[in-house]
Design a protein. Structure first.
Length: 101
């Protein structure tokens, strides 16, 4: 497993191109929360930004930022990663949002 990053470091990781137009994981998570709040009952957990693989956008940022192990294919698409590492990293990032409050 890569060197452990703090929650704040994970939140600061750069996002690649994404449907939320977020520049960091922090901005992506906040955009997701904003979408949930504004759409309420109409919120689509499957397609919050119109794309069903929205979580892969976050995981790709985690792999690119070396927060977790993963592999991209020759086209730059996420091919493989350890789900438990991704879940733990995002849990750590969410906990850090509480700290920055």
């Amino acid at each position: 497993m890569p060197d452990a990053l703090t929650g704040q470091q994970i939140l600061a990781l750069s996002m690649g191109k994404n449907d939320a137009y977020a520049t960091t994981i922090r901005h992506y998570l906040l955009a997701l929360l904003h979408r949930l709040w504004t759409e309420q009952e109409s919120f689509s957990a499957k397609r919050p930004f119109g794309n069903s693989d929205w979580s892969a956008e976050i995981v790709s940022a985690l792999v690119s930022g070396r927060a977790i192990e993963g592999v991209f294919d020759r086209y730059g698409r996420l091919q493989d990663y350890e789900v438990s590492q991704a879940d733990a990293a995002i849990e750590k990032a969410i906990a850090a949002l509480y700290e920055s409050g």
